[in-house]
Design a protein around this ligand. Sequence first.
Ligand code: GZL
Length: 350
Amino acid sequence: MQKEWQQGRSVFRKPGRSLIILILLILCLIISGCSRKEKETPADTGTGSDPGSLVIGFSQLGSESAWRLGNTESMEQAAKEHGFRLIVENGMQKQENQIAAIRSFIAYRVDVIVFAPIVEDGWANVLQEAKEAGIPVIMMDRLINIKDSDLYTAYIGPDHYQEGVNAAKYLLKKADELEEDMSENDRIHIVELSGTEGSSPMISRFQGFHDLIDRDDRFEVLETVSGDFLRSKGRECMQKLLKKYPDEIDVLYSHNDAMTLGAIEVMEEEGIEPGKDIVIISVDGEQAAVDLLKEGRINCVVECSPMLGDAVMDLAQAIVSGEDYPRISRPEESCFTEYDDLSSLGPRGY
Ligand code: GZL
């Protein structure tokens, strides 16, 4: 699905907090003896002083899930293998932290900026500043809403809409089985744990799923609640849903494995058999979820690969070297279900 680029709301923030964070970040870089002059090789590249090695500023959105941790690790490993210096700033789930980090990378004059935007809106100003500084920006993992798509150089990340479609396709197949145990007028009741409000994976996984399910009158989505991609909130939301819809829930569609693991904890505390009493569809494909799929406690795991590091580093090299490069790149992704032979599925690495 081609994403419609709408005009992004430029968010002008009070200079106070963000400016303080920016100044502190720049001071840290200078004090640590690595203030970067006119494209000199930084004092401590940490990866040899090869003048060809790049310095990359990476604004990661947080560390909210095994997926995110795997993504950060993938970037760190790939930078090391490419001989690049990677400066990682963890936004800790706050957009203002990410914006301040990008501003510090501009001040430090990195060769390339990489960022995983926590939400879709509010990036135009800082990306304009990076463009005016002549620093290429690679957007990784999540997408943004922006009028001027020239404000980023390239995007590498999953197709979240297709992931929602994959989840729905599994459920359409499962429905034939579920209907056998249902009376004529019954409908298959679904609850949905969605990801961070305003984030592209939440928006697109919702849309991809609902575009198939909402037009099929065998299904009824009872409620969609945001668990913010967090295990703790997945638990909390599932507790509330089980109280609100006692014995009515047939299917859980969860936008990431972390929330699913929290929800399964609650189900088992309530004596509900996950994967049997409630069909469970989850997205990410982290090891813990695949293990539960093999045990029959999850029915479908839609893969969303965090292993983007290598592709990002290759892309950064191509951009800086003036070689051709794809503007949009997406990793190959699978969907693992209870109907598949998973015996050959190797370790997930996250
Ligand atoms: C998806 C990624 C999402 C994962 C979550 O590309 O942005 O963020 O699905 C993570 O686990 O929190």
